[in-house]
Design a protein around this ligand. Structure first.
Ligand SMILES: Cc1ncc(C[n+]2csc(CCOP(=O)(O)OP(=O)(O)O)c2C)c(N)n1
Ligand SMILES: [Mg+2]
Length: 319
């Protein structure tokens, strides 16, 4: 990568962190309704992963989707406006936090029902296979989703039909307040995909360069026709499951332990120690990201609400 590309990834990560911190504040002020699931701690996963895709590759994820939207090229303004339910949001204010999407950027959302987007991923990939497109569908989901029936149906069919799907399991150690070991029969998520004959590997999700390299290799392998692949990404969410989570299920020491592996800090040290960027350049990138996010809050607050008479638009396809 060129220096500018390394810096672009750093900017995306810090923009996501600032966006999520601002969203938490706006939620506490009552300006964001519904649920809000933050991606703080997991920024290296989607940033490394999506940096490895080509524009024709599709991305679909669950409800922890704001950061993924930024990585897919949706502006902070559009993400923030969507969080505030405004007309200028990427889903025109109708989706909110859990339903960010922009098909023009090949970002297929943003899904609130655990695991329900996994059969959709198989369907998107089947469409590409049928049309002869050389596209890969990247399907992101949590550890908890691997306990859901949809997961097993979608993975099974993806292997039966040799679909170009990149299954990416973000193992952040918890599904809501339940630790992996308490809900999953096996703690190694790869075993579940292995049961369907799908090749697997695991990567450190706090290290963006590792995620990116693994993703580049896997995406090219899938593009060459080798069928589905399953990657387990070890990560951790620094905040609660959603806003208002009392977090009685984990100890402060555990959080502090993982915070020592902050993905932004790890990438910062990597860039400086390898002479790719200076402290000053990274400081400036952080300031710029904060500015972009502050402006996005102003933009979202000044934006109009969707008009009530538009309520039924885009629900059915017009004949
Ligand atoms: C079918 C279904 N069951 C239960 C829920 C409630 N629920 C929301 S998030 C969640 C935990 C999912 O955990 P995981 O897949 O690990 O994702 P994470 O939140 O850790 O990113 C549950 C059970 C839901 N949204 N959908
Ligand atoms: Mg989880």
């Amino acid at each position: 990568m060129k220096k500018q590309e390394y810096l672009e990834l750093f900017s995306q990560m810090v923009q996501i962190r600032r966006l999520e911190e601002s969203a938490a504040e706006l939620y506490q002020q009552g300006l964001i309704g519904g649920f809000l699931h933050l991606y703080i701690g997991q920024e290296a996963v989607s940033t490394g992963l999506i940096s490895a895709r080509q524009p024709q590759d599709r991305v679909i994820t669950a409800y922890r989707d704001h950061g993924v939207a930024i990585n897919c090229g949706i502006s902070a303004n559009q993400v923030m406006a969507e969080l505030l339910g405004k007309k200028t949001g990427c889903s025109r204010g109708r989706g909110g936090s859990m339903h960010m999407a922009d098909v023009s950027k090949n970002y297929w959302g943003g899904h609130a029902i655990v695991g329900a987007h996994l059969p959709l991923a198989s369907g998107l990939a089947l469409g590409d296979l049928y049309r002869g497109n050389k596209a890969v569908t990247i399907a992101m989901f949590g550890d908890g989703a691997t306990n859901i029936g949809f997961f097993h149906e979608a993975l099974n069919l993806s292997k039966v039909w040799n679909l170009p799907v990149f299954w990416v399991c973000e193992n952040n150690q918890y599904g809501m307040g339940t630790a992996v070991a308490r809900a999953s029969a096996v703690s190694d998520m790869r075993q579940k995909a292995g049961g369907y004959g799908i090749p697997t590997s695991r990567v450190d999700g706090m290290n963006i360069m590792e995620v990116r390299q693994a993703s580049l290799d896997i995406i090219e392998k899938i593009r060459s026709g080798s069928g589905p692949y399953f990657l387990e990404v070890e990560t951790y969410r620094f905040r609660g499951h959603s806003m208002g989570d009392p977090e009685r299920y984990r100890k402060a020491e555990e959080i502090h332990h993982w915070e020592e592996s902050d993905p932004i800090g790890i990438y910062h040290r990597y860039l400086v120690s390898n002479g790719i960027a200076t402290e000053e350049e990274l400081c400036k990138a952080e300031d710029d990201a904060a500015e972009v996010i502050n402006k996005s809050v102003e933009f979202a607050q000044a934006s109009p609400e969707p008009a009530p008479e538009e309520l039924f638009d885009n629900i059915y396809v017009e004949p």
